[in-house]
Design a protein around this ligand. Sequence first.
Ligand SMILES: *Cc1c(COP(=O)(O)O)cnc(C)c1O
Length: 379
Amino acid sequence: MKQATKFIHAGSEPDPSTGAIMTPIYQTSTYVQEAPGKNKGYEYARSQNPTRKALEEALAIIENGKYGLAFSSGVAATDAVIKLLKPGDEVIAANDLYGGTYRLFTKVFEKFGIKFLYIDMHDAENIKQYITPNTKLIWTETPSNPLMNICDLAAISSIAKKNNILVCVDNTFASPYLQNPLDLGADIVMHSSTKYLGGHSDVIQGSLSMNNIALREQLYFIQKSCGAVPGPMDCFLVLRGIKTLHVRMKQHCENGKIIAHWLRNHPKVGKVYWPGFEDHPGYAIAKKQMRDFGGMLSFALKDDSTANAMRVLSSTKLFALAESLGGVESLINHPASMTHASIPRDERIKNGLTDSLIRLSVGIEDAEDLTEDLKLAIG
Ligand SMILES: *Cc1c(COP(=O)(O)O)cnc(C)c1O
C-alpha cells in the first residue's frame, strides 16, 4: 500500500458497535467483565483502551513496523526506552540531542547508574571507538535541532547490529513521511507526536514503533507499569492528525524549500542550515535516507548579535514566537535564549549555535505571505 493510503487508513476500522467511521473516544477508566477474567480483552484503561489501540496500530503501520505504543508525551516515550536498561549499562547518544532528552538522561537517569556518552555521530565510524561490552543502546536524532545535522542511520544500525546494541531513532523532525528508520535497520523509532503527527499544536503525546515482539512486550510492560499513557481524547487527535500527515508534509517541504532559498539570497542573512542545499555536509545522506528535506530550518544573521536576533523575532507577524514545531502555523524561535539556553555560550558558539541563530518551523500558509513576513522583519 502507498504512503497516502496508509496514513489515512492505518488503524482505522469502522466502530464495531455502531459502524462509526472514525474511532470513537472511549472515555472510560474500566470495563465490565462477565466473570473474573472473562472479558473482551479490555480490563482497565491504563493497560488497554480501544481509541489508544487504534492509534497504536496506526503508529506501527506509518513507520513500517509491526507494533506501536503511545505515551503521554515524547519524553515519556524516551523514558520508557531507557527503562529497558539497568545500572552499569551504557548509552551512546548524539551530542546534538533535543534538550529535553539530554535533561532526562543526565538529570534523571544518570543517578540510577546508567552511563551516557555524547559523541559526534555525523561520521558513523566514530561510534566504534566508544563501544564497550556494556554498551546497550545508541540514541540518535536526524535531522538534529537546531543545525539540521544529518547522520547515516543505515551505517549506525549496521555497526550496532554487529555489536548487539539497540538503536533508537528520534524521528520527530523528519516524521514518517520523510524517513522510516526501521527500514534502515533501527530497532525502535520514537516520536514526539506533539509535533508533525498531531500537526495542529493541540496535543502533547509521544510514540514508539518497532518490529520485534520481545521488545514490544518489554516496552508494553513498562508502559502499563509506569503509567505514562495518553488519554483517549489525545489519542483521537493524533489518529486524526496522521490522516493528513502526507498532505501537510508535502506543503511543509515545499514552503521550507522556498524559504531556505529566499533566506540564502538575502543580503542580511548569514549561514542557512537546511539539509536540501547541495553544499550541506549531510546532503548526500539526507538524499539517500529521506524522501524530501522538510520544513525545519535555521539561519544566522550577518550582524551576529542577540539584539539583532531579538529585533527580527519581535517583528514577525505570521511567524509566532514559540517553542515547539510541526504545526500547520509557522513558528520562530531563538535557540540561544530559548531551547538551548542551558548550554554555556562558548560551547554553544563552538558548535555553530551563534547568538543570532534563528530557527523556523515553516508552516503550511501561503509561501509568499511567509517570505513577505520575513522580509519586513529582517529589514
Ligand atoms: C518536542 C521533542 C521531544 C519531546 O517531546 P514532548 O512531546 O515535548 O515530550 C523529543 N524530541 C524532539 C526532537 C522534539 O522536538
